[in-house]
Ligand binder design. Structure first.
Ligand code: UD1
Length: 421
């Protein structure tokens, strides 16, 4: 297994490209199952998760071709579609569950493996199944697989979700696009990736209103057609790279970055003493020589502070002046980076969903282990600001969500290299 070596070597400066959003692309790709005509996604990120979704869609009978080095994903589901999403693929990536709604809408039945455990929490599927049941599906669990059927097709309905789940909102909207009549999802998730999916569905002929608000209304249509759609900017990669100059000092412009994607996160950076400005090229982040200040952070569904930036923000706060409290409200077990940061000299106490971080002047390099995708990158950020060398092992997590990270950060002057095993 590869590892990444980082050496703390001072301020970072320059421009960095931000890729298309992994989480948007993983929801957009299954939308190909909703139409027999081609769907082309531009600005796709080059990531192992996208390859996993490609393998899943191919196993279902879709044709997926990566063009222009993977920046364009051209898909077609004109042939016969297989309703079974196999455990062997689904267990690798939870977002595989996003084929459930489209398969059900297209075929009237679907058999999708439950994804199983996940390092950051239990992550059940009840919000997906109740949302699809509201549209008339009957779903039962047999042998680890969800067997879903909609005899006579899906029917529009009003459904209120108990929590604004991102994936369940995506499954509901895709399924409702081809249901008979009008569907309304109340307490829908509002993430930019949902807006992006709905924009693409509208290009495919779907009638969707209210994406980005907590009430989405969908008027079902008989069929959807082909479309070409650019994947929205990855706000999590954006926030991660904004933290690089925040931790190391310097001035970095994240090309294509937009404030509207990361407003609550930027609010916290500014409280910590980091300057952020939006300009025609993207977002420019600057930190002068002063030590950052402690801030408290609570993760929340969008537009709140994203759980997917909590680990990286903790890396910053480890060196802040004063004590910060991070509260994780989305996942029950998302502080596994804390013991690794402690190995680097951080002072962190974790009690349930709260982590108290007492800022220390400087972290020290150490061998550390990544436990999930965002934890891995938080350790890289911490290593960039630490004295000496940090080796982050198990970086296959990193490759799921960050394309060419060594090249991108080296371009800013960081000392980072991959050690091939
Ligand atoms: C998506 C993102 C992930 C991000 C998360 C929260 C993708 C591919 N992944 O994941 O990076 O961290 O949103 O912003 O877009 N829950 C249930 N029952 C369900 C579904 C979810 O209880 O049926 C719970 C989960 O366990 C979790 C919370 O709801 O505690 C949020 O999950 P959800 O919004 O569904 O996240 P994902 O769509 O899986």
């Amino acid at each position: 297994m590869d590892s990444i070596l980082v050496r703390g070597n001072g301020p970072l400066n320059g421009d960095i490209e931000i890729a298309g959003a992994k989480n948007a692309c993983l929801a957009l790709m299954p939308a190909t199952l909703l139409s027999e005509e081609p769907l082309t996604l531009t600005n796709a990120p080059r990531l192992s998760d996208i390859k996993t979704m490609t393998a899943l869609l191919a196993s279902l009978g879709a044709e997926v071709s990566a063009l222009q080095d993977g920046k364009v994903q051209a898909m077609s589901s004109h042939g016969e579609i297989n309703p079974v999403a196999d455990y062997d693929i689904v267990r690798k990536m939870r977002a595989s569950n996003l084929v459930l709604g489209p398969l059900l809408a297209r075929l009237g039945h679907a058999v999708v493996s439950l994804p199983g455990g996940c390092a950051i929490g239990a992550r059940p599927m009840d919000l997906h199944t109740t949302a699809l049941e509201a549209l008339g599906a009957e779903i039962e669990l047999k042998d680890g697989y969800l067997h879903a059927t909609a005899k006579g097709g899906l029917k529009g309905a009003v459904h209120h979700m108990r929590f604004p789940s991102v994936g369940a909102t995506e499954n509901f909207v895709m399924a409702a696009s081809l249901a008979k009549g009008t569907s309304v999802l109340e307490n829908a998730a509002r993430e930019p990736e949902i807006v992006d999916l709905c924009d693409c569905l509208i290009k495919m002929g779907a009638q969707v209103e209210g994406a980005g608000s907590s009430r989405i209304e969908i008027q079902g249509v008989d069929r959807l057609h082909g479309a070409t759609h650019p994947v929205v900017t990855d706000r999590i990669e954006l926030g991660t790279f904004m933290l690089a100059p925040a931790i190391c000092g310097g001035e970095v412009t994240c090309l294509g970055g937009k404030l509207s994607l990361v407003e609550s996160f930027v609010g916290k950076l500014e409280q910590a003493g980091i300057s952020v400005s939006e300009n025609a090229r993207g977002l420019t982040v600057k930190r002068n020589g002063e030590r950052v200040k402690a801030v408290d952070v609570v993760t929340e569904p969008f537009p709140g502070f994203p759980t997917d930036l909590q680990a990286q923000m903790m890396a910053l706060l480890c060196t802040a002046e004063g004590t910060s409290v991070l509260e994780e409200t989305i996942f029950e077990n998302r502080f596994m980076h804390a013991p690794e940061l402690i190995r680097m000299g951080a002072q962190i106490e974790v009690h349930g969903g709260h982590a108290t971080v007492h800022g220390v002047g400087k972290l020290k390099g150490a061998p550390v282990m990544a436990t999930d995708l965002r934890a891995s990158v938080s350790l890289i950020l911490a290593g960039l600001a630490a004295e000496g060398e940090t080796v982050v092992s198990r970086v296959y997590h990193l490759d799921r969500g960050y394309e060419f990270i060594e090249q991108k950060l080296s371009g800013l002057g960081a000392h980072i290299e991959r050690i091939k095993s």
